[in-house]
Write a protein that binds this ligand. Structure first.
Ligand SMILES: [Zn+2]
Length: 454
């Protein structure tokens, strides 16, 4: 019967001979009376990882020095002069690593390298990648919590400030060096483009908010979805959608939407747009969103424009009139829209409006809804039919909507205020992380954090 297990790190020479042995841990093998005693606990796992990694780092540290042979000041020979320790942050663990000091005996010039000075950063790129991805999809404070939870430790390198700084740096690099789509992308016969916009509170007190836009592009055949149960009126409760491949674009810049158009085009190219491609564009009805869609016109065969059902439904919800019969009428108008009959819906809303001659407030409410439908009447699709055909009629792509972004970033109590450039950088990481080729391109942009300062 085995009584104990022991984890040992052996050091081998180039002939494979053992030249060193370090005991990492010895653990009793006992009958687990509870599943918590089965295997290692989280703290033990982290501890094992930490100790094993430290062994490797200690062996690697002989290589950690500046490649200097002459004193940069007087040109004399440099001598080894002991070691200094500096911080190194691995994905789950923090370490101190020795680096070699060199000194000039004549002028006393000394080099004291650190992991940071040698590599440009004290964090392993794998850690930076995780931090940037979390920072893109969660608040920085949530990211800090998640990182520390998995590390089983409160690590200063996981502070929300650090995660903020890393996410913004990667985002700034994505913004400065956007991906040029490769030429060898298979062409798509039909792609979907969804454009969404929203407003975000600004750090500048004089300006209350600024516009943020997000778009998502995907090949129709990459869309797999299941529809949840319908309610009585035929409206869907929700759609679970899984996109095998998609590309996102986002911008918070004030540049007549040039960046947004450029990036959406890039996303479309990455999804295989050609002059033969048919596009279905889904928007909330805002002019700015259609502007982005229109900019794709010259790059494709045709565009079918569809008003986003999610937004239609939301507007109807906001128009509720606190009057049973009238709300019934309102549901009727909505039903017409769902079945692709905007003319009938408009007629219904006009009748309702006219019946409110004595109630200017309600009249105004109905008029607003009417105007919205009239302005977008050409873009009302037969959503019922689309749904039956398994097509897409709503832009609820949770990870890529502005609303989701704003909600995530603390609406209400701790209202988040953004600078345009800061939010733009964050949006770049968010789009990149949620796009198909992130794993292929991330290293390129993470590298920006490893630029050595001279
Ligand atoms: Zn010198």
């Amino acid at each position: 019967m085995v009584h104990q297990i022991r984890v040992i790190v052996e050091s081998l020479d180039d002939a494979g001979g053992v030249i060193g042995k370090e005991i990492i841990t010895t653990k009793n093998v006992v009958k687990p009376n509870h599943i918590i005693e089965l295997g290692f606990r989280h703290s033990e796992q982290i501890d094992l990882l930490s100790q094993i990694e430290q062994q490797l780092l200690d062996k690697q540290s002989v290589y950690l020095k500046e490649e200097l042979y002459k004193c940069p000041k007087c040109g004399r020979k440099l001598y080894k002069s002991g070691c200094v320790k500096s911080a190194f942050h691995s994905v789950f663990t923090d370490h101190k690593v020795s680096t070699s000091r060199q000194v000039c005996k004549l002028c006393k010039w000394t080099s004291t390298p650190s992991v940071r000075s040698l590599f440009g950063n004290a964090s392993h790129p794998n850690l930076v990648k995780i931090q940037a991805e979390l920072g893109a999809n969660h608040t920085f404070r949530e990211s800090q919590k998640l990182m520390n939870l998995f590390s089983n430790n409160s690590r200063s390198t996981n502070s929300h400030d650090t995660i903020n700084r890393i996410t913004e740096a990667v985002g700034q690099d994505l913004s400065d060096n956007p991906e040029v789509p490769s030429k060898s992308i298979p062409s798509a016969s039909h792609i979907y483009v969804q454009v969404d916009e929203g407003h975000v509170a600004c750090t500048d007190r004089d300006k209350r908010s600024f516009e943020v836009m997000v778009s998502i592009v995907f090949d129709a055949k990459n869309n797999q979805h299941t529809t949840e149960k319908k309610k009585d009126d035929g409206e869907v409760k929700g759609v679970r959608r899984r996109l095998k491949s998609k590309h996102c674009a986002a911008s918070a810049l004030l540049d007549t939407r040039d960046t947004m158009k450029q990036q959406t085009l890039h996303a479309a190219i990455k999804q295989g747009i050609t002059p033969q491609t048919k596009i279905t564009a889904i928007c909330d009805g805002a002019k700015n969103c259609w502007d982005i869609v229109d900019s794709l016109e010259k790059h494709c065969d045709s565009i079918e424009r569809v008003l986003d059902w999610h937004h239609i439904a939301m507007k109807f919800k906001n128009t509720r009139l606190g009057h049973e019969e009238m709300n019934k009428q309102l549901s009727g108008a909505k039903w017409y829209l769902w079945h692709g009959l905007p003319g009938k819906a408009i007629e219904r809303l006009q009748l309702m409006r006219d019946s409110f001659q004595d109630n200017p407030k309600k009249k105004e409410k109905v008029q607003r809804q009417l105007t919205y439908i009239e302005n977008n009447a050409n873009f009302i699709a037969n959503d019922q039919k689309q749904q039956d055909n398994g097509l897409i009629f709503t832009s609820q792509m949770a990870e890529c909507t502005v609303k989701n972004l704003i909600n995530k970033r603390g609406k209400g109590q701790q209202h988040m205020h953004w600078s345009r450039n800061g939010l733009h950088a964050l949006l770049q990481v968010r789009s990149a992380v949620n796009s198909n080729d992130w794993s292929a391109i991330c290293q390129l942009h993470i590298d920006v954090l490893y630029k050595k300062t001279a």
